[in-house]
Design a protein around this ligand. Structure first.
Ligand SMILES: Nc1nc2c(c(=O)[nH]1)N[C@H]1C(S)=C(S)[C@@H](COP(=O)(O)OP(=O)(O)OC[C@H]3O[C@@H](n4cnc5c(=O)[nH]c(N)nc54)[C@H](O)[C@@H]3O)O[C@H]1N2
Ligand SMILES: Nc1nc2c(c(=O)[nH]1)N[C@H]1C(S)=C(S)[C@@H](COP(=O)(O)OP(=O)(O)OC[C@H]3O[C@@H](n4cnc5c(=O)[nH]c(N)nc54)[C@H](O)[C@@H]3O)O[C@H]1N2
Ligand SMILES: [Mo]
Length: 656
């Protein structure tokens, strides 16, 4: 199977029994559930807790996530990296510092009501199609949408609501009113220009543009922020963002003349070395307008996996707040570890240094999703035992530790019946709404276990029995797990009742009501310096993006219909003139080499597609180009791999 493409692996169906790969073996063989847990438990009991790493992807439901982090901490470590580390960690860090909560502040209603929505570094047409209906509703109410992206993402340009016959006849609505084709990583420069524009408008119209009352009452750091903004040179800012005064003018007017403003963003903002600063600069702009904590306004980091936000709320975090640990200790009578654990990049680095003996993945595809594929693959092979809880087969089952186990689990669409009773799970969406999730499809095999069951068995095989931890009852009745969550995690009062309401319930959100849980109780303006935009060591800046027919590392098809790229994923989208300059036409075969602090990484035989993208910027697909993303290129503070800023050279491939 190692020779198969990811596409083929992903299409090979589900496995229904646990599989074991012995040391030096080249095939997996079936193993009983009991033997699998015995092997895992005895390994865990034989090593230091901090030599084990427990990864989580973002599909894991609240109930599983809560029990999983409880088990891991009772075992003795905070090594709980998750896909968030590669995704919205920069948002969590930047928002936590400035607004006191690491999540967005808006609800769906706010989006409908907003007068202006900026969609920055996000491709909703492909990745969040349901959000287009919300934007369409916003526009029907008179709102305007501004799209900020190096690529003219077509889904945002034209959207046909499949539910509406009238829409289908009209050929759809244009979602974005303005498109700002920013250079890769030009967002801070652009945001500063927009802010400068607002200050100028305020001078012309004193008291009409900035929300002075909000700034005085709720914010701090305004004077320092303004003084630094004054120092910025406009010509430099225009050069860095690649936009003109003419392009920015109408957007500045929109922002100046309206007060209900929402900024949405995703990976184009977070996956940069300066990802946290990007988020903070977004907050600055909103604060100037008092556009936080009122209807129709606020922050909207648009999430990926269905429960990535809930997992964090449940305590899947390598840097847990003391409040959570104290609550766990109080409820379950043990001493949780206080030292921070490894995040994703730190886990890989620790593996490379032979410090990790055991790796466990609750879902996901660690090997393909992480940066620096060759380095990460080698690092993983240093582990003694690696275990994957999975619904589908993927590359992570083939690049493993010396021994490996696959534990197949029920998917969230499968009916989950324990002791004759149908169970349901709960998840939290991007807007902080907790609701039920229940599978209906009959499970492909009666031998499959639920994720909750797997965690309980893992705990029983590893921990000595403790009467505070009722693994055998929890696995049979998920209501009992929700009672534990209610006792430990704030905001879940009356959980079992409230989550049975038809639309679930909203978790408390300080920023939404202008209670800023920061060091001084105020929203913080921050000073963010201009980041690197030009390549220093190579010729181009590469971004890695998703196509229409994939869900992260699962490739459903080889077409990217919105971008008009068919039947091929090993492509480099490059600026027409840049291509012309090299004498290359569509179809030219090239090798891509990334350069980082003198280190070089290379992938071969990619096809050039001349494209509408700023000069010296190129785009490739994730995960095909993860081999080029250096493990050392990561965001300050959030440690998120900088997969949207890789310096690369392109070379015509040698004929073969
Ligand atoms: N169909 C589908 N849906 C998905 C996923 C999927 O793989 N497939 N993945 C899910 C997950 S986990 C996530 S996190 C989300 C991801 O959703 P997105 O963040 O929309 O996904 P990406 O393809 O990474 O696209 C990032 C966008 O940022 C732009 N961009 C890149 N660099 C910059 C920059 O420097 N500045 C600006 N302004 N823009 C930039 C790119 O051109 C691209 O349009 O989608 C989720 N939904
Ligand atoms: N270069 C580059 N790298 C990136 C990104 C990028 O934009 N560019 N994006 C990053 C982002 S935003 C993210 S979120 C990560 C994604 O990282 P991951 O979450 O690790 O990767 P996925 O591809 O979403 O994982 C898919 C696998 O999850 C398993 N799975 C699916 N559903 C379930 C379930 O219900 N239970 C269990 N146990 N398993 C299940 C299946 O086996 C499937 O093969 O990748 C990151 N990596
Ligand atoms: Mo993500």
């Amino acid at each position: 199977m190692s020779t198969w493409s990811d596409y083929k692996i992903g299409r090979s169906g589900r496995i229904t029994e646990p599989m074991y790969l012995a040391e030096n073996a080249n095939h997996y063989t079936p193993i009983s559930w009991e033997d699998a847990f015995t092997k895992i438990g005895s390994k865990l009991k034989s090593i230091d807790a901090d030599d084990a790493v427990f990864y989580t992807s973002g599909r894991t439901a609240n109930e599983t996530a809560f029990l999983y982090q409880l088990f891991v901490r009772a075992y003795g470590t905070n090594n709980l990296p998750d896909c968030s580390n590669m995704c919205h960690e920069s948002s969590g860090t930047g928002l936590g510092r400035t607004l006191g909560i690491g999540k967005g502040s808006v609800t769906l209603n706010d989006l409908y009501e907003a007068e202006v929505v900026l969609v920055v570094g996000q491709n909703p047409g492909t990745n969040h199609p349901r959000m287009l209906s919300a934007l369409q509703k916003c526009k029907a109410n008179g709102g305007k949408v501004v799209h900020v992206n190096p690529l003219p993402e077509v889904g945002t340009e034209k959207f046909v609501d499949p539910q509406s016959p009238v829409e289908i006849l009209k050929g759809g609505t244009k979602i974005s009113d303005y498109f700002l084709q920013v250079r890769v990583n030009g967002d801070i420069a652009m945001l500063k220009l927009l802010a400068k524009g607002l200050f100028e408008a305020e001078e012309a119209n004193p008291g009409r543009v900035l929300d002075r009352e909000f700034i005085a009452q709720y914010a701090s750091g305004f004077d320092v922020y303004r003084a630094q903004l004054n120092q910025e040179n406009k010509d430099q800012l225009y050069k860095d963002c690649g936009l003109t005064a003419q392009q920015l003018k109408p957007v500045i007017e929109l922002l100046a003349n309206n007060t209900k403003i929402i900024i949405c963003w995703a990976m184009g903002i977070t996956q940069h070395v300066n990802g946290v600063a990007n988020v903070q600069e977004i907050v600055n702009l909103l604060l100037l307008k008092g556009a936080v904590g009122k209807p129709g306004a606020g922050t909207c980091p648009v999430r990926g996996h269905s429960n990535v936000q809930g997992d964090r709320t449940m305590g899947i975090f390598e840097k847990p707040p003391t409040r959570l640990l104290d609550a766990l200790d109080g409820r379950f009578h043990f001493q949780s570890p206080r030292e921070h654990g490894y995040d994703v990049v730190e886990s890989i680095e620790a593996m490379a240094e032979n410090k990790v003996k055991f790796f466990f993945a609750m879902g996901g595809n660690f090997i393909s999703a992480t940066p620096d594929s060759a380095f990460t693959g080698k690092a993983m092979q240093n582990c003694d035992l690696t275990v994957q809880v999975s619904t589908k087969l993927n590359r992570s089952h083939l690049v493993t530790g010396k021994e490996a186990i696959i534990l197949p689990c029920l998917a969230r669409t499968d009916a989950d019946i324990q002791q004759g009773k149908k169970q349901f799970y709960t998840v939290e969406n991007s807007m902080g709404v907790v609701h039920q999730s229940k599978g209906h499809r009959p499970a492909p095999s009666a031998a499959l276990k639920s994720e909750v069951d797997i965690v309980c068995s893992l705990a029983e095989a590893t921990l000595s029995a403790q009467d505070t931890m009722k693994w055998s009852s929890w696995r049979n009745d998920y209501n009992l797990i929700r009672d534990e969550i209610e006792a430990v995690i704030p905001g879940f009062d009356d959980y079992n009742r409230k989550v049975r309401q038809s639309n679930g319930f909203h978790l408390p959100n300080g920023a939404r009501v202008r209670q800023f849980n920061t060091s001084n109780g105020k929203a913080q303006f921050t000073v963010n310096h201009l980041p690197q935009v030009d390549p220093k060591e190579a010729e181009y800046i590469m971004i890695t993006v998703r196509s229409h027919d994939q869900y992260n590392t699962t490739i459903y098809g080889l077409d990217d219909r919105y971008r008009g790229i068919l039947n091929e994923r090993r492509v480099v989208m490059m600026n027409d003139e840049d291509a012309l300059e090299r004498g290359w036409k569509r179809g030219q075969v090239v090798d891509i080499e990334s350069v980082f602090r003198g280190e070089k990484r290379r992938v071969e035989r990619f096809i050039v597609i001349p494209f509408n993208i700023p000069r010296k910027c190129v785009a490739t697909y994730f995960p095909e180009c993860n081999a080029l993303v250096p493990i050392g290129a990561k965001a300050h503070e959030s440690n998120t791999p900088a997969s949207k800023f890789v310096e690369v050279n392109l070379y015509a491939s040698a004929e073969s």
